[in-house]
Design a protein. Structure first.
Length: 80
């Protein structure tokens, strides 16, 4: 549990700093510890969206059934 807590704090810090690549790495560490942590997939998807990697973002959001964010990715990928 301690590893998850530290990684959550680290991932949030990276996200807030807009260091999305490091945040992604940290999210994958968290997924390896707890593959059912929905918050991790949500944050991972947001990182991918900010990097305009919409296909990857949709995959993360689909994992946790966030249909409204999947639709947002679709609309953003059509604009870019």
């Amino acid at each position: 549990m301690k590893d998850i807590s530290i990684n959550i704090i680290t991932a949030k810090k990276y996200f807030d700093e807009k260091n999305y690549l490091e945040c992604i790495k940290t999210c994958y560490k968290m997924i390896s510890i707890d593959p059912h942590a929905e918050w991790t997939y949500h944050l991972l998807g947001l990182c991918y969206m900010n990097l305009k990697m919409y296909s990857q973002a949709k995959g993360c959001f689909a994992t946790i059934n966030l249909n409204e964010l999947i639709e947002l990715c679709d609309s953003q990928s059509n604009i870019n």
